[in-house]
Design a protein around this ligand. Structure first.
Ligand code: SF4
Ligand code: SF4
Length: 178
């Protein structure tokens, strides 16, 4: 069973044997770097430390889990991408670097377009991460931002009335940023 973003029970989806977030995410409390399997994970099976897993793990639910619009094709174990909210309020699509080639496939472009349609106008874009690489999908186009993920943050220029993101710009992350 899973809980959606509004606290409602969504019973028809669950993680089962997915485990992809246990590879993709950085988990500070476990000193686990991104894109490496957690030492407690049996990939494709589950967590060997489930009862004592940290709050970071207990509190995480990927976007796929609680959106009815995303069918089994987009389950992370199958699609190789974990979708989640960033603290700045934008949706992240975090790809397994072993499958980086998927990012520009037409099926994934359709996914990004559909995801944008589910979002509020002021955050209608997808920030795509894959290792150090970063892209933005917005207003039906890709912005390729190179290996800037850990050195820069993205700022957006909107058209009037937040109809479209017309441009993105990279701003260096200050060493003192959290
Ligand atoms: S990526 Fe999503 S579906 Fe997969 S294990 Fe993590 S929370 Fe569950
Ligand atoms: S502690 Fe368990 S749930 Fe958390 S990342 Fe490791 S394997 Fe996954």
């Amino acid at each position: 069973m899973t809980i959606d973003e509004n606290g409602n029970l969504v019973e028809y989806k669950n993680c089962d044997s997915c485990t992809l977030c246990c590879k993709i995410l950085k988990i500070d409390s476990l000193q686990k770097p991104p894109y490496e399997w957690c030492k407690h994970c049996t990939p494709g099976t589950g967590c060997n430390n489930y009862q004592d897993r940290p709050d970071d793990c207990k509190n995480f639910a990927c976007f796929w889990l609680y959106r009815r619009e995303l069918d089994t094709e987009w389950k992370p174990a199958r699609s190789k991408v974990v979708l989640y909210w960033h603290r700045d309020g934008f949706l992240i699509a975090d790809f397994d670097p072993a499958h980086k080639h998927l990012i520009r496939q037409p099926t994934y472009e359709r996914l990004f377009k559909n995801l944008c349609g589910m979002l509020e106008p002021e955050c209608r874009c997808i920030t795509i991460h894959c290792g150090k690489a970063m892209y933005v999908y917005a207003s039906s186009k890709f912005f390729e931002l190179g290996n800037t993920r850990y050195s820069h943050q993205v700022e957006f220029n909107f058209s009037p009335f937040l109809r479209d993101i017309v441009d993105v710009r990279l701003v260096p992350i200050s060493p003192s940023s959290p």
